[in-house]
Design a binder for this molecule. Sequence first.
Ligand SMILES: [Zn+2]
Length: 181
Amino acid sequence: MDYKIVKDNRRKKMVMSVSNDGTVIITVPKWTRKRQIDSFYKANLGWISQRRKEIQRHRSEFIKLTDRDIKNLKKQAKAVLTAKTIHYGSIMGVMPQSIKITSASKRWGSCRRLDGTYTICYSYRTMFLENRVQDYIVVHELAHMLHFDHSKDFYKEIEKVLPDWQQLEKQADSYKDYHIY
Ligand SMILES: [Zn+2]
């Protein structure tokens, strides 16, 4: 049987975890018998394989991107997000002077204003988001052309176009470190 044992006197029950490399770690109270640990391990085999699969899937989502991948993602982002910006911009009655695709890793999008002209930037990383969440990011940035803040009026503009915006914003913000500006 394949696991590591960690003895912990403060524990009253056995606890199992799977580390990132797939190793099973069983934390046990000091005087636990080997036989008990073995049967605990066997009883949780299903859970272990499920955990390993989850770790594997999680890892594949963080594959290191090559320069070529990034170049392709930027091209894709430009096409997809320009189309969405035109679509929603015409509904909302605003259109930025330019759209830029960035490599920003802390923000999905941003809206800049200079001498009355607007530039909207989107991170190519938005291509990893669901379609509807991308919509939200586009509508959010466009709404900044109507209200250059995060006021109630600002969100009212968003709500007119995307009534379920709160759900979508939560989804966008659920990725660690990423925000919408
Ligand atoms: Zn914002």
